[in-house]
Design a protein around this ligand. Structure first.
Ligand SMILES: Nc1nc2c(ncn2[C@@H]2O[C@H](COP(=O)(O)OP(=O)(O)O)[C@@H](O)[C@H]2O)c(=O)[nH]1
Ligand SMILES: [Mg+2]
Length: 477
């Protein structure tokens, strides 16, 4: 019986990584995964729903209870077909086989099988029993070699044993798999049975459409946070009599600066939240040494991200000249003489990014009051740093496997944001792209963004590159 949507029952021993595989494939990081065996007690169906439509279903199972007994029974049937259905009919009333009957139910109903094995362990007799048992069900089946400890010496043995009984054998690391690897696994599912091809093809199409829609949303989020951040200002109006003493003024300045920086931090966090939700992450442990865990205005972040001095000088001049601005953006902190600009010399108050003031302070005097304003951001490097950081965050959101969570504390794996690139993404862009960005940034400061479409294209290009970039899990196997 052909189902309307592909259903896949995930089989294998406790702790082989079944639930992790399901979590990663369905992008569901709320599935219970545990070091202790037996966390999954009953089978559960995890549908992938796109646009309100179920496109594929994975059934996470606890694994067989009595595989040897089932195999013996299967072998005794002598050529009979539909063995899973027959077994259930014969054992329905036997409490000893309650669990096994429940496990075989979806298989009897037409689900395909994905066997998950931990390829880092030696093959045991019970593994061979299970492999043979699943072969005898005659359902379309694929085996996944998960590798829990990076021990590779048994992999060939596993591959030999599995390829005799399964239509497809794939390496798949539930903790490292990227979007591209998930799609490749689904592609391979097509080949396990011809009847599956159109169904799985449809599911893959839905995944791809959904993914590009999410990527597009992330691009919009990034453009929006850049615009909001660059137009951001804080002001406070103070009565003249509060400013009699210089200390009063200094206090207001520094309070306002705190508000300004906090406001920028908040805009960044909001954008991060949108991107995180967009890529369906709920549980997310940030590695302590990640640049994403550091303060936006910290030295580390500013050194690692953004353009180089040289690149900045080049785009700064281009943007300044093209927009007809009188300010040399590369030295904005020093050269804006008017008003109460605070440059690097008093930068403690206005915050520094790469030794240039983050923003300037303006004071508007009216009879009896003064209005203090900090912003918009003047520092030419800052938007490049911010863009790099939100791209870094997106890289993590796009490539962080949903099946990977609690385990990380005990076994810190590679950190994707380090794998992808050291330093800034913007640094690697072409000079023209950097100039377009610089132009966009300097105009967004005035609330009239130019080159927005060019920038959308640039950001889109970076994000597409991230999804395609492979943090190759097989390199570790
Ligand atoms: N390092 C690593 N650990 C994994 C991987 N897959 C699963 N695990 C860990 O193995 C344990 C059992 O995983 P789980 O998915 O609950 O296995 P299940 O019992 O077969 O469902 C958990 O501690 C997982 O975090 C993997 O690809 N790499
Ligand atoms: Mg489980």
């Amino acid at each position: 019986m052909a189902a309307k949507i592909p259903r896949l029952a995930i089989m294998g021993h406790p702790n082989a990584g079944k639930s992790s595989v399901v979590a990663t494939l369905t992008e569901n990081d709320l599935i219970a995964i545990d070091k202790r065996a037996g966390t999954t007690i009953e089978s559960a169906v995890y549908p992938v729903i796109i646009d309100g439509r179920v496109v594929i279903e994975f059934i996470d199972t606890p694994g067989f209870q009595n595989p040897s007994a089932i195999l013996e029974w299967f072998q005794a049937q002598d050529g009979k077909r539909e063995l899973a259905r027959a077994f259930i009919q014969a054992h329905r009333a036997d409490p000893l086989f309650d669990h096994d009957c429940a496990l075989l139910e979806p298989v009897a109903d037409g689900a395909a099988i994905i066997l998950v094995v931990d390829g880092s362990k030696r093959i045991k007799e019970k593994d061979r029993v299970e492999i043979e048992l699943l072969r005898l069900t005659a359902r379309p089946r694929m085996a996944i070699l998960n590798n829990l400890t990076n021990q590779t010496r048994y992999m060939t043995q596993w591959r030999d044993a599995l390829s005799k009984a399964f239509n497809s054998v794939r390496d798949f690391n539930a903790h490292r798999a990227t979007y591209a690897e998930r799609i490749r696994l689904l592609q391979a599912l097509k080949s396990i049975d011809q009847r599956w091809e159109p169904l799985v093809e449809e599911a893959i199409d839905a995944f791809e459409v959904d993914w590009s829609r999410r990527t597009e949303l992330a691009v919009s989020t990034i453009l929006a946070v850049l615009k909001d951040t660059l137009a951001f200002k804080v002001s406070r109006t103070v009565k003249q009599n509060q400013l009699v003493f210089k200390s009063g003024r200094e206090r207001i300045k520094s309070e306002l600066m705190v508000d300004f920086e906090d406001g920028l931090r908040k805009l960044e966090v909001q954008a991060q939240e949108q991107i995180r939700a967009n890529f369906r992450h709920h549980v997310w442990h940030m590695p302590p040494d990640s640049l994403l865990g550091k303060d936006l205005f910290s030295e580390e972040v500013n050194q690692a991200l953004g353009l180089s001095k040289r690149q900045l000088a080049l785009v700064g001049m281009a943007a300044g000249a093209a927009s007809g601005a009188t300010i040399d953006l590369t030295t904005a902190g020093h050269s804006l003489g008017a008003g109460a600009l605070i440059g690097a010399a008093t930068g403690g108050v206005l915050g520094l990014v790469g030794s240039k003031a983050l923003a300037k302070l303006d004071i508007d005097r009216a009879p009896g009051t003064q209005r203090f304003t900090i912003g918009p951001v003047q520092n030419p490097r800052f938007p490049f740093v911010l863009l790099d950081r939100i791209v870094l965050y997106s890289a993590r959101a796009m490539n962080w496997a949903h099946g990977r969570k609690a385990a990380d504390e005990e076994a810190p794996d590679k950190i994707p944001d380090k794998d992808i690139r050291r330093g800034g993404f913007t640094e690697a862009l072409s000079a023209q792209q950097q100039r377009d960005l610089a132009r966009f940034f300097s105009s967004a400061r005035k609330g009239k963004p130019e080159r927005e479409e060019e920038c959308r294209e640039i950001i889109r290009g970076i994000l597409h590159g991230l999804a395609a970039s492979e943090i190759d899990s097989r390199a570790d196997l």
